[in-house]
Design a protein around this ligand. Sequence first.
Ligand SMILES: C[S@@+](CC[C@H](N)C(=O)[O-])C[C@H]1O[C@@H](n2cnc3c(N)ncnc32)[C@H](O)[C@@H]1O
Length: 230
Amino acid sequence: MYSKDNPESIKTLFDNIAYSYDFINNVISFGLHNYIKADALNMLQQDNYNRIIDLCTGTGDIALRLTKKFPEAHILATDFSSRMLEITRYKIKGQYNIMAEKADVMALPYEHNTFDLCTVFFGLRNLPDIDKAIDGIYQVLKDDAELLIVDLVKPKLQPVEVYFGKCMPKIASVFTKDKEAYQYLADSRDTYPSHNDLMRLLQQHKFRVIKRKEYLFGLVSLNLVKKFVN
Ligand SMILES: C[S@@+](CC[C@H](N)C(=O)[O-])C[C@H]1O[C@@H](n2cnc3c(N)ncnc32)[C@H](O)[C@@H]1O
């Protein structure tokens, strides 16, 4: 039913799980996603980004963390799911340095050389064409801007894979009406590059690697890169 090659189906999936997303995230990760997100954002290299874009923002968790970390920056939280954005807009009410808007990563509606930092947490692996997405991100970034990608991959340790690939979707299905959603989210790692392959792909797209890290025995991969212009 759900397929990366059918973006409308992915939009429906995220609309369906939007309202339970934060709660289920805490349950299935035992709250560890908070640690990973905080640690990942601590790796950023500057303290004076001006314009920041958070792609695939979901319920705005990363964007909100960015507002606290960089109160002087202008932060744009974007997603293509209307329901996810509803939640983000609710959460950011009253904050002066953040805006939420609809944008499809596959066709970013921004001028070239606009942003100093782009973050994509747990979003890239749902895209139909990662090469094309990285190209688009490269263009909207300024020279020397940073790109931080965090996503789920296939872990090296078998028990972790058994938990995430098999148990996690069953646990999540207790809390959502959409029983297939979390099995799809686990399986979507099958066609996503490994930790090292993503690094090579980013290098081919003229990004220079700054920092790399794996969490939870390789279940979560982090690549922090910089736009390199020769
Ligand atoms: C797993 S959630 C991650 C949310 C958030 N970044 C986090 O770390 O909790 C993935 C998000 O990516 C969004 N998404 C998937 N494909 C997209 C696309 N082509 N353009 C924009 N957003 C997309 C979904 O709507 C969903 O909100």
